[in-house]
Design a protein around this ligand. Structure first.
Ligand SMILES: [Zn+2]
Length: 92
């Protein structure tokens, strides 16, 4: 249940846990350090193959293993596109 929410709503879950940790740090431990808490999860059960990462997983929390060989910016691959004429409204 938790993992399902984490994978589908990572921003909500991670921000909520970070807020809870900040609350404990400030109110219970009396540590007034303003360093940002960055959460990481290890040993998650759903490890994906890199070839199975598709666009429907955008905004999901993903776990995969691999070695980074090269880094570049993300480019959109357009598979089909439709144009329409503003005058006669015909579509190409
Ligand atoms: Zn036209």
């Amino acid at each position: 249940m938790f993992l399902e929410h984490l994978f589908e709503n990572p921003n909500d879950i991670i921000n909520s846990i970070a807020l809870a940790i900040e609350n404990v740090r400030e109110n219970l431990l009396k540590i007034l350090d303003r360093k940002q808490i960055i959460l990481r999860f290890y040993n998650l059960s759903q490890i994906l193959q890199l070839s199975n990462i598709k666009s429907h997983l955008i905004n999901n929390y993903l776990c995969f293993r691999g070695t980074v060989l090269r880094v570049s910016s993300i480019k959109v691959l357009v598979e089909s596109i439709h144009f329409s004429c503003l005058d006669c409204k015909s579509q190409i």
